[in-house]
Design a protein around this ligand. Sequence first.
Ligand code: NAD
Ligand code: TDX
Length: 339
Amino acid sequence: MNIIVTGGAGFIGSNFVFHMLKAHPDYRIICLDKLTYAGNLSTLEPVMDNPNFRFVKADICDKEAVDKLFEEEKPDVVVNFAAESHVDRSIENPQVFLETNIIGTSVLMDACRKHGIKRYHQVSTDEVYGDLPLDRPDLFFTEQTPIHTSSPYSSSKAGADLLVLAYHRTFGLPVTISRCSNNYGPYHFPEKLIPLMIIRALHDESLPVYGDGLNVRDWLYVEDHCKAIDLIIHKGKVGEVYNVGGHNEMANIDIVKLILKELGKSEDLITYVTDRAGHDRRYAIDPTKIHNDLGWLPETKFADGIVKTIKWYLDNEAWWQPIISGEYQNYYEKMYGDK
Ligand code: NAD
Ligand code: TDX
């Protein structure tokens, strides 16, 4: 089986590449990635010499490059992780989110139509459902929850999801979509909550908590997400959407306090800053469908996953140090300078 994995130099995509090469040693995995600020070739170093792996630097919006790769590799399956993924950046500059997340998705699916594939899988997010109130813990996102987005990021992901379903209905493209909750684990880019807080706490720097810190996210260890996608591309039903999450809701402030406790640092580092514009209050996935239909269940408990993740950042400074000492410095100043 030949699988093109787009965005495989990013956080979840790289974890997926590692998972697939290990779980299916007879598959060929081709990673297509533009290497934006969020893509890191050093992450893929351990598999670069694997004869079943190929890396290609290209933009999913570049029709010619995508076409050429499909011609060369004749993929059976395409898994699209490539995206602009950070909500705060989408508030600063929505344009590139529309280009990569929507136009890029259409370019990939056009190539799939032209060359014929067994499956196009779109990696989507629970953010397409908008948010839930804090005082209704009985409510969860199901696959039937209406799309109701808050940020330019989630709107671009929702736009892509609608396009994917339209390509299925109109052109008969064999698609599936997964909508996952917040991931955490190794290779998470340090602009996102968990790695940002770990690395800043290690340097005894202030920890910027947005608003009252009570916003709730539903956290899933990245490997569990990768296993869910592996299952969906093999056993999922064409045309279907699968929610992925592990019923692990946590308030942001509790995560930050937990990280401080694990690192033996003082809660005095916590600094409440201006809230994110349009900040979603609570995400909570109902994963009943993927459990009942495909037998998926998360394997890593948050208490274990967060300790493993903190240890990974402690052991892998060589991975994140070059990131935080480059362009990232300017980003942090720009985004948090007057918050
Ligand atoms: P990330 O930002 O860490 O990685 C994105 C990758 O895509 C990078 O390697 C980047 O270089 C690449 N990329 C960006 N634009 C590209 C383009 N035009 N052409 C080719 N490659 C391009 O993102 P992530 O957190 O790993 O998220 C991966 C996917 O999963 C995204 O589609 C995201 O919407 C979705 N998702 C993420 C989470 C989460 O918690 N991180 C949760 C649910 C869904
Ligand atoms: O400095 C911060 N302070 C803070 O309080 C940052 C970066 C975040 N936060 C809050 C905002 C959110 O409530 O922490 C929560 C998590 O923030 P992010 O890590 O930016 O993630 P989120 O906005 O929830 O989106 C993530 O999950 C869904 C991914 O980035 C998306 O790609 C995915 O679709």
